[in-house]
Design a protein around this ligand. Structure first.
Ligand SMILES: *[C@@H]1O[C@H](CO)[C@@H](O)[C@H](O)[C@H]1NC(C)=O
Ligand SMILES: *[C@@H]1O[C@H](CO)[C@@H](O)[C@H](O)[C@H]1NC(C)=O
Ligand SMILES: *[C@@H]1O[C@H](CO)[C@@H](O)[C@H](O)[C@H]1NC(C)=O
Ligand SMILES: *[C@@H]1O[C@H](CO)[C@@H](O)[C@H](O)[C@H]1NC(C)=O
Ligand SMILES: *[C@@H]1O[C@H](CO)[C@@H](O)[C@H](O)[C@H]1NC(C)=O
Ligand SMILES: *[C@@H]1O[C@H](CO)[C@@H](O)[C@H](O)[C@H]1NC(C)=O
Ligand SMILES: *[C@@H]1O[C@H](CO)[C@@H](O)[C@H](O)[C@H]1NC(C)=O
Length: 622
């Protein structure tokens, strides 16, 4: 019976010949609330968008994208990148009918008012752009190349392939768009599990499809030290899982360059004084030996590891930190370094007799005070190397005085939404803040119960319905200090097999919240637009998980086949497959440009269709 149902499903899909077709939601028992999405909804939703319902044709692989700043490598490379995004490989696309005269002629990316070819996006870069389509010409305008990048992404999302396999776009469009928050990020943890460079780069691609602009790289932690330092190569030589589980200087440069071209800043995190067990493999003298029952080197599980936290009384801690942070600053062009400083499980400090003796000698009366002492010295190093610190909220909670300009990343207060008043306070005290509490995407669950439909809502609703300023009472000046937010995905149960699937499209909900207007807050409507966006991600080779029941063309079939590298479906140009194969030796030379559409897919579908139909008839008549 199961087999029969499976066959019927395949049959139903093929009967439609719906290879390119738009997202199809199947509702049976519970009609869903919310407004249905157009097939080319832009995600995140623009601040203002007006468009006609009538359409222009686009000639497949034949639309010229001009720019008055084409010599800028970021723009030139973006133009190259967008061909396979506009015209997904392996899809059947027809030339417009010969009689048609409503054909989009060109796309222009125009920089205005003396905008320059900048090298790196900055924390306050202006990403505002306009996009207009009229008289068969599309024009994206901005005063910065970053605005042009965001506008080009929007243009690519407006293009779609309709049921008759024509490539089309609305014939009149007026968009005025800009982000609500400057800081819109994703944090990846590459210590608890290693994340190969191709996966990190793929994730940067998806971030750019969602107009996110900060990659917060939690590089090292207790479990491993994959960052290969030139000053201290022993840290990764002994602290990484293996010689293959490292980021070499050229890997790091590769990630930064990939991000740069997409208007994304890379902020490295070197988390200390806690979360440092992996350092002990090569530099045990930096760590505090934890004591228990009158003996050194004792783990008390659930309380302390045997060595898991720096020893602030050890002078070499500060010489190593200074050299390492200097190197990190040189390698990462963003002028920010995340210092961590979270979860200082101070029982280890108080267990160690030497640390206690030293504290007494220098008149530090509590482990809180010891944390403050350590933080002060490292913040001083940051001042010396002229780098701006970001810290998890813990260190401010311990009343350490932070220099002006410090960014506090808020991750606590989820149970009662007390993060909201925390933002208020921190901004009042003059600190800059980024919000992560409601957006720990490593936690997986269903969403809230909907009394109208008697079903659990999708989990993404709860990320979407967060209003960062829900309790904000401060001045306009203080409001500017709420820089934005980050979706975090901690690595306990995440590695290259599931990081993209778990993040996307759940992180897209965060992306829209941080980009679009606060008044765009109906998640019932958003679910249909997000579903369209999820299908778009599949079309672009991203294994994003489902949002609603139904299917999107045949993309998810292609994805399933590509994941097990099935040559029958011939979807092997998907970069996803490369990623799995090249784990040990991430290669930057591999071409990621997919081939243009070939007839193989159509042939396979028709072949399958004939076979299935025969089977179907056999079952019916036997
Ligand atoms: C663009 O055209 C499509 C197809 O007619 C329509 O569904 C959609 O609503 C239009 N887009 C906008 C933003 O109005
Ligand atoms: C960004 O640039 C636009 C012009 O494209 C301007 O109207 C706007 O005020 C600028 N925004 C900021 C925050 O400077
Ligand atoms: C869209 O249309 C509305 C109503 O006509 C108008 O107020 C608004 O300025 C238009 N927005 C754009 C970006 O053209
Ligand atoms: C304490 O310090 C002494 C003298 O420096 C050293 O020999 C001893 O190993 C230290 N003990 C611990 C637990 O760190
Ligand atoms: C130690 O600190 C306390 C509290 O700040 C202070 O009252 C005391 O004078 C200090 N003692 C020494 C020896 O510095
Ligand atoms: C249930 O439906 C009512 C009426 O349409 C609406 O006002 C309410 O917000 C809905 N509740 C939920 C939980 O969706
Ligand atoms: C959602 O937006 C509407 C306006 O569209 C506003 O009245 C309402 O307060 C918003 N709700 C939240 C939770 O922000």
């Amino acid at each position: 019976m199961k087999r029969l149902i499976a066959l019927l499903e395949v049959y139903a899909i093929l009967l439609n010949f719906c290879v390119n077709c738009e997202i199809t939601v199947i509702e049976v028992k519970y009609p869903l609330e919310g407004q249905r999405s157009p097939p080319n909804a832009v995600w995140p939703h623009p601040q203002q968008i007006n468009a006609s319902l009538d359409l222009l044709y686009i000639r497949p692989h034949d639309i010229t994208i001009f720019s008055n700043i084409e010599t800028c490598d970021i723009i030139a490379k973006a133009i190259e990148r967008y061909d396979p995004l506009l015209f997904p490989p392996k899809l059947t696309m027809h030339e417009p009918p010969s009689s048609a005269d409503n054909i989009l002629q060109s796309v222009s990316l125009n920089i205005r008012d003396g905008g320059q070819c900048e090298q790196y996006i900055q924390p306050t870069s202006n990403e505002t752009y306009t996009l207009t389509i009229s008289q068969q010409i599309a024009i994206v305008e901005s005063t910065t190349i970053w605005g042009l990048l965001r506008g080009l992404e929007t243009f690519s999302q407006l293009v779609y392939i309709n049921k008759d396999n024509y490539v089309v776009i609305n014939s009149t469009v007026n968009i005025v768009d800009s982000p609500r928050f400057h800081h819109r990020g994703i944090m990846l943890d590459s210590s608890r599990h290693f994340l190969p460079v191709p996966i990190i780069k793929k994730n940067l691609d998806v971030m750019s499809y969602n107009k996110l602009n900060v990659f917060h790289w939690h590089l090292v932690d207790d479990q491993s030290f994959p960052f290969e330092s030139e000053a201290f190569p022993e840290l990764s030589a002994k602290g990484a899982f293996s010689a293959d589980h490292v980021y070499t200087p050229s890997d790091v440069a590769d990630v930064i360059e990939h991000a740069r071209l997409r208007g994304i800043r890379v902020i490295p995190e070197i988390d200390t004084p806690g979360h440092t067990h992996s350092w002990s493999k090569s530099m045990p003298e930096l760590l505090t030996v934890c004591w228990a029952n009158g003996r050194p080197n004792q783990a008390v599980y659930g309380v302390q590891g045997e060595m898991e936290i720096f020893n602030p009384s050890e002078p070499r801690v500060y010489t190593v930190m200074e050299r390492l942070l200097r190197e990190v600053k040189e390698k990462f062009p963003s002028n920010y370094i995340h210092l961590g400083m979270d979860e200082v499980y101070d029982k280890c400090w108080s267990s160690n007799p030497n640390v206690s003796a030293w504290m007494q000698a220098v008149n530090i009366t509590s482990t809180k005070g010891l944390h403050a002492y350590y933080a002060d010295r490292v913040l001083n190093i940051m001042r010396n190397i002229d780098s701006i610190p970001i810290v998890w909220q813990d260190v401010w909670d311990e009343q350490v005085e932070l220099p002006t300009g410090t960014i506090i990343q808020v991750w606590k207060g989820g149970a009662d939404n007390s993060w909201a008043s925390y933002l208020n306070n921190a901004a009042k005290q003059g600190y800059n803040v980024i919000l992560s509490t409601p957006w720990y995407l490593n936690y997986i669950s269903y969403g809230k119960y909907n009394t109208n439909t008697s079903v659990m809502n999708l989990e993404f609703f709860k990320y979407y319905e967060i209003e960062p300023l829900m309790k904000f009472t401060g001045t306009e000046e203080e409001k500017k200090r709420i820089l934005g937010g980050e979706a975090c995905i901690w690595g306990e149960f995440i590695d290259s097999t599931n990081v993209l699937t778990t993040l996307w499209p759940r992180a897209s909900a965060v992306a829209e919240r941080l980009w679009s207007a606060a008044t765009l807050n109906n998640s019932e409507d958003a679910q249909f637009r997000l579903d369209v966006h999820r299908c778009r991600l599949l079309r672009r080779g991203i294994p994003a998980q489902p949002i609603l029941n139904g299917y999107c063309g045949n993309y998810e079939l292609g994805m399933a086949k590509s994941m097990i590298n099935d040559p029958v479906f011939n979807y092997d140009e998907s970069v996803w497959v490369d990623v799995i194969i090249t784990t040990a030796q991430p290669s930057s030379t591999k071409s990621t440009t997919p081939n243009i559409a070939s007839p193989i897919h159509t042939f396979t579908s028709v072949g399958l269709f004939v076979i299935t139909e025969l089977l179907f008839l056999t079952i019916i008549f036997s």
